[in-house]
Design a binder for this molecule. Structure first.
Ligand code: NI
Length: 433
């Protein structure tokens, strides 16, 4: 954009392209650079423009060194070290592998928390760029490396603006988003949101092209609960099924009948998914096994539906197994609650995107049945989560999240950083000079 960020005295943040979306799709290429320990000598007064390359370097370094959920030792140390190089942040470690940094201006005002998750996945990377994972079987395949880098960038810029801000910005670098019970609820219990007025967070998003940032009030990401079923019968010879209770045949009926849960029992206007994603039973072609295991997932938005759908599932399983003389066990493990965006923080994000990146960049986000433990923060404080478009068809950056070739258009990092910065300035209110 050609304006200053509010009138707060910051240097111009960005020369806005005539149309940021078309610019985003134009294929401007950021060449791969060898990644060494990232440079840390920041300008005394970095802007998003000047820090853009630095954020990319941070992301590439983290991408090279991914760590699994609850094991982010090196990652969190790296983040804490970078934060310590900034001026006057109060840095703590609420859990062994998370980092909290507080930018306390000393002037009364509101408190905004910004959250980035930092963990990787048990996936063997198949990308060929020169900063691929150096940890066998572990990969940043969801973009959390970028989330951490974007938030470090925002911390660097906002720290340099301390004298012009009021209140406090709290930077939350959260461990273990990818693994139940999730790091968010631990951090909330540890008090990271105490005294916070609102919380925001972002996900780099491959369903959106680079150049678009998606915001949506209300339901954005689903609640996710895990389903574990065992069908129990009496095994026997495959040639004499009449002398057994055939658990394979009963399991097939259970799977088929579970399709009726969403199709025939749930309000068509209430989104829900019941998927059986794993079936395991039997050892060979001529033995009917005594048990078959099924595993799957339940996705919902509506909390009342979430509470009631397990009962419908159990009724179906009980009926089918009883009809065929089998027995069952059923376990439903509660996962993350739905991400449900609060109105005022969504408006804040819309203003931030428009101010920092231009009105062409702002789009309505499409809800997604995947889950996110950002919902744990929203249970405690008003908050909103948004999507930063990172897809680039021309450059083949199209693979979905959790794919072995997942990648991002790295220009999206700058969009995330600038949205965070603009939201913080807007929320805290710059001390105009
Ligand atoms: Ni993710």
């Amino acid at each position: 954009m050609t304006r200053l960020i509010h009138g707060c005295g910051a240097a111009p943040v960005h020369d806005r392209a005539p149309n940021a979306l078309s610019r985003g799709l134009s294929g401007e290429h950021i060449p791969d650079r060898p990644v060494t320990e990232p440079m840390t000598a920041l300008e005394p007064r970095p802007t998003a423009e000047s820090i853009r390359e630095q954020v990319i370097d941070w992301r590439r370094y983290l991408h090279q060194h991914p760590e699994l959920s609850f094991h982010e030792e090196r990652t969190s140390r790296f983040i804490a070290d970078r934060l310590a190089e900034l001026d006057g942040l109060e840095i703590t470690r609420p859990t062994p592998t998370s980092v909290l940094a507080r930018l306390v201006t000393g002037r009364p005002g509101r408190v905004l928390a910004i959250r980035a998750d930092i963990d990787a996945l048990p996936i063997a990377e198949k990308n060929t760029h020169d900063f691929i994972s150096t940890s066998p079987g572990v990969m940043h395949a969801c973009g959390h490396d970028g989330h951490a880098a974007m938030l470090l960038g925002a911390a660097a810029i906002l720290t340099s603006m301390r004298d012009e801000l009021t209140g406090e910005v709290r930077f939350i670098f959260q461990h273990a988003e990818e693994l139940l019970p999730g790091g968010a609820q631990e951090l909330v219990k540890a008090g990271v949101l105490d005294g916070v007025d609102a919380v925001i967070g972002a996900h780099l998003w491959l369903d959106l092209p680079f150049g678009a940032v998606g915001v949506k009030t209300g339901e954005l990401m689903a609640a996710a609960d895990t389903l574990r079923i065992t069908i129990l019968g009496s095994g026997g010879h495959a040639a004499t099924p009449h002398q057994t209770v055939d658990t394979i045949a009963v399991a097939a009926q259970v799977i088929t009948n579970l399709q009726h849960v969403v199709a025939r029992n749930v309000d068509p206007l209430a989104p829900a998914v019941v998927t059986i994603a794993r079936i395991a039973g039997g050892t060979t072609h001529n033995v009917i096994p005594g048990s078959v295991e099924l595993e799957g997932t339940i996705r919902t938005f509506n909390p009342r539906l979430r509470d009631s759908i397990g009962g419908i599932i159990e009724r179906v399983i009980a009926g089918v197994t009883q009809a065929h003389g089998a027995r069952y066990t059923l376990e439903i493990e509660r996962g993350y609650a739905a991400v449900n965006n609060e109105e005022a923080t969504c408006d804040l994000l819309r203003r931030a995107v428009t101010t920092a990146l231009g009105p062409d960049v702002l789009v309505d986000a499409t809800p997604f049945m995947g889950a996110e433990d950002f919902s744990a923060y929203q249970k405690a404080k008003p908050g909103s989560f948004f999507f930063v478009g990172a897809r680039n068809e021309e450059r083949g950056i199209v693979h979905p999240h959790h794919h072995e070739r997942f990648d991002i258009d790295e220009r999206a990092l700058d969009y995330g950083t600038r949205t965070f910065v603009a939201a913080a300035i807007d929320f805290l209110g710059a001390k105009h000079q």
